[in-house]
Design a protein around this ligand. Structure first.
Ligand code: ADP
Ligand code: ADP
Length: 218
């Protein structure tokens, strides 16, 4: 069973820009994959299709074998909430909440009761090596630690896939390497992780790399 399949997926934006051409790609359970390409090559477009934030103009996107075209926008939001974790270059943490609260809040929208939210948040923060930073607020954390909180928040709902969009883009080399170590650890624990990046060194450091150029998978 594949986790993500793109089958001849293309995306043409209103106005006629063809951002993705005939992309076919299968990502299996537990893979750690980089989607690598320069600015304008179609990375965000591909992320949006794989992450069910947008629909292809042609072709198919399947998650766990399910064709996303058969789902309403409402069902797609539910798929996103339950199956997918997102991490971005900007960490998007809430400034006045602690690390644990930032992570636990992700579960509020899934209807998890308070005790379960707190326990799951602690566990997720421990997974990323921040078991000793539960009550720190974002301004009390380093950039690398903030990104690890964002990763814990993405993981806390136990998604089937984690998408990381330029996860090291705002970090110095050492903090970035720490994030790469965590992505490897998650991969070794069986989590499926897709990294979107223009950074060829980052892509090179991961077990599988697919390249995008001018909207085409190479
Ligand atoms: P990347 O993430 O690699 O920078 P994008 O997927 O953002 O690439 O963009 C690929 C191409 O599609 C670019 O030419 C971009 O200008 C165009 N594009 C992206 N989003 C839109 C949009 N919403 N409407 C029109 N064109 C878009
Ligand atoms: P860029 O590709 O310019 O670095 P981002 O990394 O901010 O852009 O976002 C990538 C894509 O994810 C965009 O299409 C954006 O609409 C979407 N996105 C950004 N923030 C969120 C969020 N908090 N939840 C869901 N989707 C988001």
């Amino acid at each position: 069973m594949s986790v993500i399949e793109l089958e001849h997926a293309s995306k043409t934006y209103p106005g006629g820009v063809r951002a993705l051409w005939d992309a076919t790609l299968t990502i299996g359970p537990g893979e750690l994959v980089a989607v690598c390409g320069p600015s304008g090559s179609g990375k965000s477009t591909m992320l949006n299709l794989m992450g069910t934030l947008d629909r292809p103009s042609e072709g198919r996107v399947k998650l766990l074998g399910h064709d996303m075209a058969t789902l309403s926008d409402r069902r797609l939001s539910a798929v996103r909430a339950h199956w997918i974790g997102f991490v971005f270059q900007q960490f998007f943490l809430t400034a006045h909440l602690t690390a644990a609260e930032n992570v636990a809040t992700r579960l509020l929208y899934l209807g998890v009761p308070a005790r379960g939210r707190i326990m799951a948040a602690h566990e997720a923060l421990e997974r990323v090596g921040l078991g000793d930073r539960l009550t720190h607020r974002p301004h009390e954390l380093s950039g690398g630690e903030r990104q690890r909180v964002a990763i814990a928040r993405a993981l806390v709902a136990r998604p089937m896939v984690l998408f990381a969009d330029e996860p090291t883009g705002n970090l110095d080399t050492a903090s970035g390497a720490g994030i790469v170590d965590i992505l490897w650890k998650l991969h070794e624990e069986g989590t499926t992780v897709v990294v979107i990046t223009h950074n060829t060194d980052l892509a090179e450091a991961l077990p599988r790399r697919v390249d995008l150029l001018d909207g085409r998978l190479l």
